[in-house]
Each structure stands twice: as C-alpha cells, then as structure tokens.
Design a protein around this ligand. Sequence first.
Ligand code: MIC
Ligand code: SF4
Length: 640
Amino acid sequence: MRETLTHKIIKAHLIEGPPEPGLTIALHIDQTLTQDATGTAAYLQFETMGLDRVRTELSVSYVDHNTLQSGSENADDHRYLQSVAARYGMIFSKPGNGICHQVHLERFGVPGKTLLGSDSHTPTCGGLGMLAIGAGGQDVACAMAGMPFYMTAPLVVKVQLTGELQPWVTAKDVILELLRRLTVRGGVGKVFEYTGPGVETLTVPERATITNMGTELGATSSIFPSDEATERWLRAQGREDDFRQLKADQGAEYDEVIELDLWDVEPLIALPHSPDNVMPVGEITGPPVDQVCIGSCTNSSFQDLALTAALLEGRHVDPGVSLTISPGSRQVLEMMAERGDLATMVKAGARILEVACGPCIGMGQAPPTRGVTLRTFNRNFEGRTGTPDALCYLCSPPTAVASALDGCVADPRTLGVPPQIRMPDRFPRDDSGLIFPPEKPSRVVIIRGPNIKPIPQREPLHETLEGQVLLKLGDNVTTDHIMPAGSKILPLRSNIPALSEHVFEAVDPSFPSRALEAGGGFIVAGENYGQGSSREHAALAPMYLGIKAVIAKSFARIHRANLVNFGILPLTFEAPADYDDIQQGTTLKMEDVFASLHSGSFTVQDKTAGSAFTVASEVNRRKEKMLLAGGRLNLLREQT
Ligand code: MIC
Ligand code: SF4
C-alpha cells in the first residue's frame, strides 16, 4: 500500500492499535521537550514515578517562558529544572539559550523521529520531517518514563503546494491563508502533510513557521517531507549525520486534499481576537499602531530577523510606535551581532529584548490601554498581551516592519524591492547554553524553592455527582481564558493552590471563591472548549477547585486529555440544543456514574428545572480506569 509520510512514521513507532482515523493508538516516543512554564509540573510528576533515569533517546528541558525574575519564584523554578535534568539524564537549556521550538529545530530535531512536547507548538519540528506533537506535562512525563503516548489516530490531510511565493509574501501568510479557509477548528483530529512542487521553494525555518502555526488550526500536527532543503539545514547545523530522506509514496492516499498555489497567497493579517480572523493587509486601513513585536517561536529564526534588519536599514520607526525584537535563539542572536544586524535595528529605533518567549506570553511589553499591537506571533486571544482591552493583530515580519515604519497597519509591498536573504552554509554552534547531564547523575541533589508545592491529588470518582453549574461559556474558550498566563500569574505555575485563585480571572474573577464555597461543581461550554495552549494547569487548577465535570459541545484535543489525566469528566451533549436550556447556577445531578462511564452515556438531572438530558463520555477503557481512580497519577502511584 502506498503510504503517507505521517503513516510511515506512525507505523515505525506503533505499539498498539491500527492507525485508523478515530481509533486510539499508542506510539513510541523518541524525544521529549518541556519548557519551564509546564516543565516544573511535568518533572514533579515524573519524580513520583520512581525511575532513576529518563528512558527516551533524548529529553530536553528548556527555560524560555518565565524569564522575568521580579521575585525569586522563576529563578527557583529554573534551579529546580536544572537539578532535575542533571539528576535524571536530561539536557538542560539555560534561560537565554532560546525558545524551545527554535532551539530544537536547530540542535536536536531529527527527520522520521517522534517528538512529544509539553507545549502546543511542538509541531514546529514537523518542518524537519519529524512527527512532533504537543501534549500535557503528565503525558510528556509518562513518555520520559518510557510509556507509550496514546492518541487518536489522525486523518491525514494533503496540502498540495504549487508555485512559489510572490515577493513580500512569506510562510506566515501561507499559514494565515489556511486559517482563513479552515478556522481554528478546521484541523481538529488531523495531521497536515505538505507535499507538491511548492515544498522545495521553502527553507526549513519557513516550513517550521507553517507547522508551528498549524497548532492554531487545532491540528494534531503538521509535517513536511525531509529533502535537500532539510539536508542543507542539518549540514549547516553540523548535523548532517541526522539527515534521512523521507517523503510520502507516490500516489499515497489521503483523507482530504487542499490545493494551494503559493503564487496566489498575499500578505495577510489576523484581526483581534482570533488567529482565524484573517484578511488581506491591503484591505485594512488600520488604526494607528502603538506597538510592533517581532519574534516568538513562529517568526524568530535567522531568516526572519536578517530580513527584519535589512528592511530597517537606513530607516527609523514611527515616533508613535514601540518596536520590540526578540531573537529565537542564542545562535540567531550571535549571528545578528556578528553581521551588524543588531546595530542596524538599534539605529532604527528598535528595542532589543531577551532571547525568550517574552511578549508572546505576556512576560512584559503589555501594550497601553486600548492599544493596537501588531505581532509576528501565533496567538491573539483577548487579554493574552497582559492588557485586557488591547487589540492584537498577527502578521509576518515584513508586514510588521512596514507598519512600524509607517505608524499604521501597512502593506509590505510599499517598501520597494525586497532584499534577498542568503541562508548561511554554516551556523555558529555555541552549545554552551546547553548543560548535558553528568556521568554520575544519582549523586545530584534536587533543589526545590519554597514556591514549589506538591501536585494536588484528586480522590477516586464518586458514584453520584451533584453540584452547581458554576460557569456557562460560549464557543472556542481558550486555555488562556481558563488559566491565564502573563508575568504576574506564571510564577505561580509550581504552586497550584496559589495559581488556582486566578482561574477564569478575566471571565469571572469570582469563580475560584464560588467554586471553593460550593465544594466544586460543573462547567458548561460550547464548541472547541480548551483550544490553544497545552498547559495542564487549565485542568489541574480547576481540579483543585473541585470541578467534577465539564459539559461541552466539543473539546480541543490536548485539553480533553488533560482533563482525563486529572480526573475531571469531559462530557459532550448528545443533543447540542440542551446546551441552551442550562443556566448558570442550576443544580445538576448524575447517578450511577460508574455504569454510565462504562456505557458512555449519562443521564443528567437538572434539579432546578426538573428536567433531564443526556451526555456522552466517549472514553476508552484506559481512560475509564484513569477517571475512576481520580486521574492517571493515582493509577501510576498504585502501580509503583
Ligand atoms: C503558549 O503559547 O500559550 C504557551 C505558553 O507556550 C503554552 C504552554 C504554557 O501555557 O505553558 C502552549 O502553547 O502550550
Ligand atoms: Fe513561547 Fe509564544 Fe511560542 Fe508559546 S507561542 S512557546 S509563549 S513563543
């Protein structure tokens, strides 16, 4: 049978189940990555598994999110992560070494391997021909312990690329075009596999921009073939031995096909507050821009920033604009310094930020009140910038530069002839920001700061569940809504009781106290509940507050898995119209919970209205066991 690239990699790593769309499969994981905002919880859970060493080929612990040290919490977490990495045989990437996805692409990604990361943008390495998937920290901890990763076998979508990009159009515009066509729900349950003659016109970092933001489609992953461009990239990184040519078989069958002539793509921009709210830049006569931010795991490669510097050369940003630039890795920063790009940027009026996620996760650079911010990032959810009423737009680096110079949203085609950026034959390879594990790891002492608290435990599932609907929400609720990030809240990621005081802060600040007073209860939501970030804290903190079940029209993949991992029932309406009849404050009751979970169908009594409706649990036997035990960690504890 002629196979897709996705199926080839799945088959080579398959431990259980036929890879038929919709069925559960178990995959062997070769590599893992974590970042600091999800890493502490992941490693606290890994520690409870009682192993002496990680069982993967390679595991890297990055520090890139919580780098603002306005108290000791983040620095304490960094020290904990460094000591845990040394103790269990992982590589530690120090703060300042780079954004996990960019560094992984440069230094560790290998075509044909599987990568599981506790960050939703892990598919970035799909740009190298890896099957790279984002997951909750607990799933990554289990993979580090050598357990398989369970997932729903995806549908594989062929994205047939033809032609080549016009001047001033970038890889960012390609993925914005797909978001425009497919929306933030269009990729759920799917892997996007790029093929066709257009592929060879794109470099590895350009491919990585596309696979990175495939996450915003809700996709399980995105992948490019491994070809000559991949080989050039790996050779330039001094890693030619990692190269393997990989592509789909000629005539492979796909579940869906999307045709995209690169020549037809134009500069695009995503309007507030969703990455799929896309329109052509040329059609916007935008309001004046207060801030422009260039960077993040989507657009912080050498290619992006060398282009940015070339466009800023001899020009100056508009007096009303604050332009920030954050390089994606130490390698990128070093090259910018050596080539004089940094001097060009500084002369043009840019503010150079640390090599980190920075403004993308609200670690500083919150825009002014009602400010307009244009970012080369991947998410523009309401409030994510740190300013609740800011208007955040997403665009490519050339559009960002054109707008920073103009002071209003501007079309990059107004900048004249685009400069040509030549990719280097050799990248500088200073790996001094990577700390490799010592020879005798068992002697390492793990250092825990006072803010690092044990992961709370949930008791086993009860046979009857009763409580109030504490919150009723609409469609596309993000994990940023559930568990906000930003510089004030992120330092609490290792302290769940303190963190939980901020659950749904921007939606309803009374939620945590109401939930605790009521002894827990239910959340009701619309479609695609929990889209966005992989943060398991969006399940862990609600679990701490006593949330027993979330009843939604549908769930995002990673969040649904996180809910099960922490013993919260993810239930879906059998008749979506029942959603309309439920009010916040209503008391719901479910009896015979064990049998219902086994059969997959629950009757929910609405005690306030005196009516009843049915919901489905759609969990397999493995997840049923986890839910009965009150979460996967309880099961693992029983086993060890
Ligand atoms: C994000 O972009 O939202 C993050 C911060 O990188 C998250 C992870 C987190 O919340 O720690 C993600 O994308 O998974
Ligand atoms: Fe960091 Fe932003 Fe990328 Fe998340 S999306 S990993 S916060 S740069």
